[in-house]
Design a protein around this ligand. Structure first.
Ligand code: PAN
Ligand code: ZN
Length: 171
């Protein structure tokens, strides 16, 4: 894809332009949920899709931007709403902006010291997490939560450190 484009900010249009689609199912992130028995019960009846990420296929040089759309489905594992895995950015630890396209939820952010904060995600609203804040989106509503996320293309995703903290308050 040429690095000059103007396209609608919609998953279907991203697909038309050859977006890479990553599907995240419960079995791939089960350990992140608090209620493991509820997760096991859900998995007995299939493996629900929790979210899909659409990534445009232009080459990611370090001066580029990642401009992904995520569709986060509504649902619960026990009493915990569906959520993304969440991650830190490392090398370099660039910021991320999340812009809601439809639905509503929250952007949980946590720094490496464990401080936890929550920012609202909704259509027409921008939520910004500077460097040093791991970020996870949670669908607290009853519709799909669709959001656009932009960061530097030079990031490396660090899922491990975020999974250790898991966006929980320290005891
Ligand atoms: C987003 C996320 C996307 C899926 O594009 O990658 O919402 O979340 P996980 O990567 O945590 O599974 C982003 O933060 N990019 O850096
Ligand atoms: Zn990110």
């Amino acid at each position: 894809m040429e690095k000059l484009f103007s396209i609608p900010l919609l998953p279907a249009d991203y697909e038309t332009y050859g977006a890479l689609k990553t599907v995240r199912r419960l079995s791939q992130m089960k350990s992140l949920y608090a209620d493991q028995e509820a997760a096991d019960r859900l998995l007995e009846n299939g493996d629900p899709v929790i979210y899909e990420v659409y990534e445009l296929p232009h080459p990611n040089d370090e001066t580029d931007l990642l401009v992904n759309i995520t569709v986060l489905y509504p649902g619960y594992v026990g009493d915990e709403p569906y959520m993304t895995k969440g991650h830190f950015h490392r090398e370099p630890d660039t910021a991320e902006a999340v812009i809601g396209l439809s639905g509503e939820g929250e952007l949980l952010v946590q720094n490496r010291e464990g401080e936890l904060r929550s920012l609202k995600v909704a259509a027409g609203r921008i939520s910004y997490a500077g460097g040093g804040w791991a970020h996870r989106v949670v669908n607290t509503g009853s519709e799909n939560l669709v959001f656009f996320a932009v960061s530097g293309a030079n990031i490396v995703h660090d899922y491990e450190t975020a999974a250790e903290l898991n966006f929980k308050k320290r005891q």
